[in-house]
Design a protein around this ligand. Structure first.
Ligand code: HEM
Ligand code: SF4
Ligand code: SF4
Length: 665
């Protein structure tokens, strides 16, 4: 990615920021769509169709952008998750970003799923039915939510409007959580480089124009959508719900969620000790506070008698021991005459004095010119072993190195050249080490490298773990430059070769193709061509376990006035047993407990069966009394089921018992 996009525009180094960018894109296009969208269940489809076709040049493109940016966001977030994991940026005190990141996943999912619901086409119908079946697997609702989508008679406009509101409020909750997610990152990058943002927007626009998002035919609850162009980025679990049931998918999701949430502690990180402030050397300048990438430093009022107004204070629960604060502290200079070099802030694992001792010892061991001393961050590509002309001083992050140490190395003749070897540009393990180092060398950030230090004797090598060969090449190039006494070629090439633009275009095209394709392909077949669906669903309160007894006048008189009711009833009811036969073959037999803490509510059932098309005899029976054999209600009906037909069997004890749809024979 870095080779194709260049270090500045490398999308892998800005995945979180690109996630934010997609969010704003989705929010902006969403506001436009909402202006023309009708939240009524009957008008929703029409309004989206009109938006897509009558103003394809605005509404249609907005709709497509809205969909494709949502897909892109899912892709980016998943890659972001894998990368944070692969780079081990989740353990120790960094658990917070990981755990809040995991919490973002269901929110993104809820936004996407409710979005598909709003269009109220065949896909929306499938999403509504399967989502409600999925939710019904949780013991939360007294009546199955899926009953709302049995047929158009059951469809509630209010439930539909509720979905529309969830689709508006879930993104607001998402935004809040995205903000919480970066609370422990000071100066978190929420805006990608402008060129990268424009490129991503152009890619999504191109996709929207070339492959506009379109609706399926309008929803028809009397028919089961047979073939569905699923958006696999959001709806991949839906076929699993069909196949294994909502409960199994909840269990699977909970298991994956739990493992993800526990990952920061599997195994717990060995935490190096946090940075400590030495008040005798801290002048309260606040540079460490400004530079700490994890907001672990606070400036507080002075607690000693020193003539400064404030002092630095480290919160060990937020400190990742990167040492960037040491690199920022003006007192961490090896030129100080004090015998025991101590800086205002120190890493107990590698104090400034130890760092100076290592430079002196390593430099002393170098005999062959050009003598190179490398400062190496262990999270980046490894360096070759030390030899007579090359020595390595290890630091937790290259940003820990105060520029005065480079000055000291060169000015005191400990080496002919200093090589600063850190993570790939823009991908510092501690977020900002490479950026600070470059700015300090360029004199743009305090503490700046002094003017007098010959820049030609400083080399930088920004290489990720896997860039071993390029790291070795950087070292060789630096060695040659020192021999020639010419400045080393800058590690960050200002100009990109022409082929990299072609590669960038190719990668954008590949991403657009992936998003476009998997947003509707491969089609999912819910039912075989020769199948129909029989839905058995009702909500029925069975008979009471004991019939109500009428109270005599004398019994009534003995009761307090406010409790005088003419009948005395036990609240609990019998369960309802249902038996459904198709052509004499048992399709379903089940007993359903009454709802309510006192078993006094209705028993509810919602079951869906795929059956072969053609003529059938359906026989359904219900027992709602305490009898041990036989049934209290029975209906037999001949039907000729058509492919994709949805045949609903409902029941209402108040009417004629079983309710069958009117079918054309
Ligand atoms: C809406 C989705 C998400 C957005 C917009 C987002 C955005 C961001 C941003 C802007 C950063 C700060 C980057 C920086 O300045 O260095 C970040 C860091 C991080 N994110 Fe996310 N993120 C999202 C989802 C996730 C998910 C799902 C996970 C993993 C479960 C995750 C894990 C992390 C981790 C561990 C860090 C901290 C890395 C470090 O310590 O340097 N994020 N995210
Ligand atoms: S070591 Fe890093 S995280 Fe800890 S206080 Fe210093 S700069 Fe902040
Ligand atoms: S940078 Fe050093 S001197 Fe300045 S406040 Fe931090 S510890 Fe104190």
């Amino acid at each position: 990615m870095e080779r194709a996009f260049g270090a500045r525009w490398n999308p892998f180094a800005q995945l979180g920021a690109l996630g934010w960018f997609c969010f704003w894109l989705i929010a902006g296009t969403g506001v436009y769509l909402y202006i023309f969208f009708d939240t009524g269940v009957t008008a929703a489809y029409e309004s989206v169709e009109s938006l897509t076709h009558r103003q394809w040049w605005a509404g249609g493109i907005m709709r497509s952008l809205h969909r494709y940016a949502s897909d892109a966001m899912m892709v980016l977030v998943l890659v972001h998750l894998f990368r944070e994991f692969a780079h081990d940026r989740l353990r120790g005190v960094r658990w917070f970003a990981w755990v809040t990141g995991v919490a973002l996943l269901p929110l993104i999912y809820a936004c996407g799923v409710t979005g598909y619901w709003m269009v109220w086409d065949r896909l929306a119908q499938y999403v509504a039915q399967t989502t409600t079946e999925w939710l019904d697997a949780l013991p939360l609702f007294a009546e199955p939510l899926a009953r709302n989508f049995l047929d158009s008679g059951h469809l509630s406009g209010r439930f539909f409007t509720l979905m529309a509101y969830i689709h508006i409020f879930a993104p607001l909750a998402l935004l809040l959580f995205m903000w919480v997610h970066i609370q422990r990152h000071s100066g978190a990058r929420v805006n990608p480089e402008r060129g990268l943002a424009l490129g991503t927007l152009a890619m999504l626009m191109g996709l929207s124009v070339a492959w506009p998002a379109l609706s399926q035919p309008a929803a028809d609850l009397g028919r089961v959508p047979m073939e569905l162009p699923l958006d696999w980025f959001y709806l991949a679990v839906y076929p699993l719900i069909d196949r294994y049931g909502g409960a199994a998918v909840w269990l699977g999701g909970a298991a994956v969620g739990t493992v993800l949430l526990l990952l920061p502690w599997l195994p717990p990180a060995r935490r190096p000790p946090a940075a400590v402030v030495d008040l005798d050397n801290c002048n309260g300048c606040g540079r460490c506070f400004t530079d700490c990438p994890y907001g672990a430093i606070e400036m507080v009022p002075r607690t000693d008698r020193a003539p400064y107004s404030q002092q630095a204070q480290v919160d060990p629960d937020r400190c990742v021991s990167c040492g960037l604060c040491v690199g920022a502290c003006p007192t961490a200079t090896p030129f100080r005459r004090a015998k025991a070099l101590k800086s205002g802030i120190e890493l107990p694992g590698l104090r400034a004095a130890e760092l100076r001792d290592q430079v002196v010892a390593m430099g002393g061991a170098l005999a062959t010119r050009p003598r190179i001393l490398a400062f190496h961050c262990g999270h980046s590509a490894p360096l070759p072993p030390s030899d007579a002309s090359f020595g390595v001083v290890h630091v937790p992050c290259i940003g820990m190195l105060p520029p005065s140490f480079v000055d000291f190395t060169l000015a005191r003749g400990h080496a002919d050249g200093a090589l600063l070897a850190g993570c790939r540009s823009g991908e510092c393990h501690f977020r900002l080490g490479d950026r600070y180092t470059e700015q300090r060398i360029a004199g743009e950030r305090d503490p700046a490298l002094r003017e007098r230090v010959p820049r030609g004797r400083i080399g930088v090598s920004w290489r990720g773990m896997i860039d071993r060969r390029r790291r070795r090449a950087d070292l060789s190039a630096f060695r040659e430059a020192l021999l020639r006494e010419a400045p080393a070629a800058p590690a960050r090439a200002g100009c990109r070769p022409a082929w990299s633009f072609v590669a960038q275009g190719g990668l954008y095209a590949l991403l657009a193709l992936t998003i476009g394709a998997f947003s509707c392909w491969p089609q999912y077949r819910q039912l075989a061509r020769d199948e129909a669906v029989v839905k058995l669903s009702f909500s029925h309160a069975a008979q009471r376990v004991e019939p109500c007894a009428a109270l005599t006048a004398a019994e009534l008189a003995r009761l307090p006035i406010n409790m005088r009711v003419r009948t005395d009833c036990r609240r609990d009811r019998w369960p309802v047993t249902v038996n459904l036969m198709l052509d004499g073959r048992l399709l379903y037999l089940g007993t359903h407990r009454p709802a309510g803490l006192h078993d006094d509510g209705p028993s509810t059932i919602y079951r869906r069966f795929a059956v072969p098309v053609g003529p059938h005899v359906i026989n359904v029976r219900i027992r709602d009394t305490g009898r041990s054999t036989g049934y209290d209600y029975e209906a037999r009906r001949g039907v000729n089921l058509q492919p994709g037909q949805s045949f609903v069997i409902d029941f209402a004890s108040s009417g004629n018992g079983f309710i069958f749809p009117v079918t054309k024979e």
